[in-house]
Design a protein around this ligand. Sequence first.
Ligand SMILES: [Zn+2]
Length: 168
Amino acid sequence: MSTTNTCAHCQRAIVLVDGAWVDPEAAGDDSLWRETCDSHDTFVAEHEPVVSDTDRRIAVLQAIDAFVAMANAHPSTPHHDWGVTGYQADTPGQKVTRIIMGDLQADGSLKARSVHCFVDNLTGDVFKAAGWKAPAKGARYNLVHDFAEVERNFYWTGSYLYADWKRK
Ligand SMILES: [Zn+2]
């Protein structure tokens, strides 16, 4: 995370100094004024940085990596009857990243590819596919916040991505 940011509460420009977010421009000589949002200490809250879009995108990329690793290691994945033995993330698009599944080849590529799901590059929302190029509307999971739930419900077909899916 960057060491300069904006406070989500007071919107002041803040910098990270010795592990604490402070307003370097704070006029008060009390150091608390530098480290809290209100100069009169009526609203005592520490500055909290707004998470930048860059940091959000990085978190989503990491979650996608973890998801692909989880899917490839999942007990339901080596589904040779249906030609689904591996998962990969495509190069991220403008807004979403396509997660593909197919028959894993010796050279590491996937043959007979189809879409498993799409992930929003900024939010981490997970969508089932409406087609090869586009996600369906309505996210059932968020890969960054609900990773454990995604892992618990994962099945190679993507059935857990449907809005009306229920655990059996
Ligand atoms: Zn603040």
